[in-house]
Design a protein around this ligand. Structure first.
Ligand SMILES: [Cu+2]
Length: 162
């Protein structure tokens, strides 16, 4: 918080980036998942983005095919890109390929998990349980750490259409 106050005093608008509180990891077969996180949501918010790193330590490609969570009516896999200055999202119905020996990053402004129809607001410091299903490695239970809302979150505008 000290950092935020200093920024305000300087008269600058500095995005306060959400920093991981603690690293947490999950593995299933050759797939290693690093620090799934999401953002705190407002009471009126019905969607939330989920972010994580997925490493494939195997010798063949795998694919994140679907996800689910008891905290959301539906969980989709999304991509986001700029289209004429507007952030656009679309669902990746085939999921995300994780090439052999590579890491794919799901992060704000790019690939992400989309929690839709939130059953309760995501509270800062909480954990959102979810199941990620991989084509080859199978299903793995993970939890998304709820981090504070970032002041320059590009997600929110893009999610207005949900
Ligand atoms: Cu989305």
């Amino acid at each position: 918080m000290k950092f935020k106050r200093a920024s305000l005093l300087a008269g600058l608008v500095v995005p306060v980036l959400a920093t991981p509180v603690l690293a947490h990891n999950f593995t299933i077969g050759k797939i290693a998942i690093g620090h799934p996180w999401t953002r705190e949501t407002a009471a009126t918010q019905s969607v939330g983005g989920g972010f994580l790193n997925i490493r494939n330590n195997g010798k063949t490609a795998d694919r994140l095919v679907s996800a689910s969570s008891p905290f959301a009516a539906e969980v989709q896999i999304h991509t986001m890109s700029m289209d004429g200055g507007v952030m656009k999202m679309r669902q990746l119905k085939d999921g995300i390929t994780i090439p052999a020996g590579q890491t794919v990053e799901l992060k704000p402004g790019g690939l992400h998990i989309m929690f839709i129809g939130l059953k309760q607001p995501f509270k800062k410091g909480g954990q959102i349980p979810a199941m990620l299903k991989f084509q080859k490695a199978g299903s793995v239970k993970v939890s998304f750490a709820v981090q504070p809302v970032g002041s320059a979150a590009p997600m929110e505008a893009g999610h207005a259409g949900h």
